[in-house]
Design a protein around this ligand. Structure first.
Ligand code: ADP
Length: 216
């Protein structure tokens, strides 16, 4: 199976697609957002620094994220993996290109999720995440609401809103995406690695299209 890099604006559904591929197709998932949320919980100078930046919707510096990312990738490099949230800048993409070359990875596809920007604010502010199993829900969309308010359908854990899913922080994250991450689309198009998937349709249709890209 091809390795996958997902590029999409915040709250476009990268996590949902990743969970499906992990549960049904045996992929390993590297989410730099999850890695950094764990760092942000540390009661240390680094933890407080990372937590502050994430709350504002700003990127964490490469001095912190690059070694953390490399460590995770090296752990799973012999299995099929999904990169969710990395790379997010051209500098990170160049770093990844070099790292792939160093460890001999060439079989990957980059999927850009195309989504109507007017949907994103509701997806972000309505998102709720299980504190124990990380399943995600959305209080605004039928089919994504938990059966019981604030309780996880899967494990009974508490659902919370991420600190960066407020309207103000979402708007910052979206701006940063447009300026820093969108240039990656042309970068991977030039390498012949890019595929586009329409993410305005049902979850089933999105997953079908993603699977098609992985099998091409
Ligand atoms: P989303 O997919 O909704 O944008 P993530 O959970 O992937 O959210 O990321 C949350 C936050 O973690 C980002 O807003 C940013 O502060 C930080 N982050 C994640 N990945 C990176 C990265 N590759 N480089 C720098 N910061 C990152």
């Amino acid at each position: 199976m091809k390795n996958l890099i997902l590029i999409a604006p915040p709250a476009a559904g990268k996590g949902t697609i990743s969970s499906y591929l992990v549960e049904n197709m045996g992929y390993q998932h590297i989410s730099t957002g999850d890695i950094l949320r764990n760092v942000a919980k540390e009661d240390s100078e680094r933890g407080h620094f990372v937590s502050g930046l994430m709350k504002e919707g700003k990127f964490i510096g490469d001095d912190i994220i690059l070694p953390l990312f490399k460590e995770e990738l090296l752990k799973i490099k012999n299995q099929s993996f999904i990169l969710d949230g990395f790379p997010r800048t051209i500098v990170q993409a160049d770093y990844l290109t070099d790292l792939f070359q160093e460890i001999g990875i060439d079989d990957y596809v980059v999927i850009q999720l195309e989504i109507d920007s007017s949907l994103l604010l509701k997806r972000a502010t309505g998102r709720r995440v299980c504190t124990s199993c990380k399943a995600t829900y959305n209080v605004y969309f039928d089919g994504f609401k938990p059966k019981v308010e604030n309780v996880c359908d899967q494990c009974g854990g508490d659902l919370i809103q991420r600190e960066d899913d407020t309207e103000e922080t979402f708007k910052n994250r979206y701006e940063v995406y447009r300026s820093e991450t969108e240039p990656l689309i042309a970068y991977y198009e030039a390498k012949g690695k890019l595929k586009k998937v329409n993410a305005n349709v049902t979850e089933e249709e999105i997953l079908e299209n993603v699977k098609r890209c992985l099998n091409d």
